[in-house]
Ligand binder design. Structure first.
Ligand code: SF4
Length: 233
């Protein structure tokens, strides 16, 4: 089968699953993904919390959990990654950009995130994920429709045109209350910054606490007219 034909098959499989699984539970969606793709499936996590990793480990113990270490994370985020690795039945894989922050500064000048955040995200997030996902046909995210208007149409299973992979969002239909209830019921690890005014946790230079009434992602690239890093947009 040609690569083009294989991609067409994967795309139609994803679109059909998106329709069939729209009303399914997060565990049912993940069960479909792990049974369909086996070791060619992974979970990606920003280590804001370990909810999707926890759900996936219930249907596939030892599942790959991919974390992008941009070099700009809060120490709490790295600590959450280490705790997930230590206590959960998952295989944490840390991806890193081709250049260290110092090497990037030398080539592009310091604080590229302030001057050209799209380029900084492309170098430190988009490209490393693209490279890291070559080992997989499908990846799961923690995207939720209630996080922001740009995420309101997130399918539970869809086709990632940019990476030409199946993209699974098992908690797309969940609300923040659903997440909080799952965390409380299962004692899931969460990033300590969530208890310190942050509603969404990204790189330190591009994340601030949210104000009352703001949506969960309002603290990301605040004032820069940017809402997504390019992984999901
Ligand atoms: Fe760079 Fe900010 Fe994007 Fe992180 S979120 S990769 S620091 S621009």
């Amino acid at each position: 089968m040609t690569t083009v034909q294989a991609e067409r098959d994967l795309k139609s499989l994803a679109e059909q699953a998106g329709r069939d699984l729209e009303e399914a539970s997060a565990l049912e969606i993940l069960k479909w993904a792990t049974e369909t793709f086996g070791p060619r499936f992974c979970v990606t996590s920003s280590m804001e919390d370990a909810v999707v990793a926890h759900l996936a480990s219930r249907v596939l113990p030892g599942v790959d959990v991919v974390f992008l270490d941009t070099g700009y994370h809060f120490e709490e985020t790295i600590g959450t990654r280490d705790a997930v690795d230590a206590v959960m039945d998952v295989n944490v894989i840390t991806l890193t950009p081709r250049q260290s922050v110092a090497e990037q500064d030398a080539q592009y000048g310091p604080k590229l995130h302030d001057r050209d955040p799209d380029l900084c995200c492309a170098l430190r997030k988009v490209k490393p994920l693209e490279d890291g996902l070559t080992a997989y046909d499908a990846w799961a995210t923690g995207l939720r429709r209630d996080e922001s208007p740009t995420r309101a149409g997130t399918p539970v299973v869809g086709w990632d045109e940019k990476r030409r992979k199946v993209k699974v969002s098992p908690i797309a239909r969940w609300t923040q209350d659903d997440v909080d209830a799952y965390v409380a019921e299962h004692g899931v690890l969460t990033n300590p910054l969530l208890m310190d005014g942050y509603a969404s946790v990204g790189c330190a230079p591009c994340t601030r606490r949210v104000l009352e009434g703001e949506d969960a992602r309002a603290g990301r690239w605040a004032g820069r007219g940017k809402t997504e890093c390019g992984l999901h947009g």
